[in-house]
Design a protein around this ligand. Structure first.
Ligand code: NAP
Length: 336
């Protein structure tokens, strides 16, 4: 990776230096494969077990990734004394129950985004983890990427001047056989893709004063596209998320003195520019990457925090995950 000398350097430490935890994966689906591959490729973390509702699916996943133990139920994962932390990769609707069960068994948890289907559920996970004295975190992997550490430094430096506008979009076309079309699994774009744009807007502008939104249905049961306007004292965020089309998936932060433009897909590794008024443009030149190039960063953040007795991430605290879900709750209120 090369980057302009005029931009700050990423402070994200080498993922291979993190203390090693014994991980179990819950729900061997699409993201679980990428998570384990990412850990194996980029870290020294030890993935020791997988849990599935089906012994056959657990065995197949364990064989594919070379894991020691294949548990044919989630309960067996929670009862496994040689597991430190459970990565919860089930659909959003299951996160709350799975996380509470893991926490009750004394396990640390790293939960896929969104932490729960609403802010109240996310707060329950946070409270349960705090009472049990275990780590809980949301695997909002974007927040842990080196480029977002650089973006955070740019925003905090004030070089953009007062920030008035955030534009963020995440649209991906899905066929109707995907779980995102299943109303029983909280289908629609809001919790899957909308989490990224809401989280991004929150990270730049904080909690909005007003939230407005409109939706276009995908069918009689779920939303296909949602556009939202968040307003606050300092500025506006204009957000779009859809499962009906592939959109540019860019994010832009506009200040009086400059504009930061994150190329799509903004939530993955990749480049961004800072165009300052007066004509100077700074470029962060990073090759585009996929989940396998970044999921591990949320895991090693958890490992580092746990090793020093901390119960949540400072990079992406539980309060941020809850605040993002509060925005999502307010969007849902406006469209339902
Ligand atoms: N970070 C990212 O880039 C990213 C990308 C995609 C998804 N995600 C998140 O990861 C989570 C899982 O998404 P996915 O795409 O991996 O889903 P998926 O492929 O459907 O896998 C989910 C797994 O959960 C288990 N499961 C437990 N209860 C279930 C239920 N009621 N219905 C269906 N499956 C159930 C299933 O495994 P067993 O039945 O074998 O236990 C299934 O394989 C979601 O919350 C999503 O938001 C994150």
């Amino acid at each position: 990776m090369t980057q302009s000398a005029s931009l700050p350097l990423s402070r994200v430490p080498d993922p291979r230096d993190a203390p090693v935890l014994r991980w179990a994966v819950l729900g061997p689906g699409w993201i679980a494969h990428r998570f384990v591959e990412s850990l194996h490729r980029h870290t020294t973390q030890s993935v020791v077990a997988v849990g599935s509702r089906s012994p056959e699916r657990a065995r197949a996943f364990a064989d594919e990734h070379g894991l020691d133990r294949a548990h044919g139920s989630y309960e067996a994962v929670f009862a496994d004394d040689d597991v430190d932390i459970v990565y919860i990769a089930t659909p959003h609707t299951e996160h709350l129950a799975n996380a509470l069960d893991a926490i009750a068994a004394g396990k640390h948890v790293l939960v896929e985004k969104p932490l729960a289907v609403d802010a109240a559920g996310a707060a329950r996970i946070a409270e349960a983890a705090e009472s049990a004295g275990v780590f809980a975190g949301e695997a909002m992997w974007t927040r842990f990427l080196p480029k977002f550490d650089v973006i955070e430094q740019v925003l905090r430096s004030g070089v953009l001047g007062p920030i008035h506008t955030v534009l963020a979009d995440h649209g991906e076309f899905f066929t109707t056989d995907h779980r995102i079309y299943d109303p029983a699994l909280a289908g629609g774009p809001l919790l899957d893709l909308g989490t990224y744009v809401a989280s991004f807007a929150y990270s730049v502008l904080g909690a909005p004063e007003t939230v407005d939104a409109r939706s276009q249905p995908a069918n009689d049961e779920i939303d296909g596209q949602i556009s939202a306007l968040l307003t606050g004292e300092s500025g506006h965020a204009v957000l779009n998320t859809t499962i009906l089309t592939n959109t540019p998936t860019t994010a832009v932060v506009c200040g009086r003195d400059g504009t930061l433009t994150i190329a799509g897909p903004f939530f993955m590794p990749g480049p961004f520019t800072v165009a300052l008024r007066g004509g100077i443009t700074l470029a962060y030149d990073e090759a585009s990457g996929l989940q396998v190039d970044g999921l591990h960063l949320a895991a090693v953040e958890a490992a580092r925090r746990i090793s020093v007795g901390e119960l949540e991430s400072a990079v992406h605290p539980l309060a941020d995950a809850i605040a993002t879900l509060e925005i999502i709750d307010r969007i849902r209120d406006r469209i339902s």
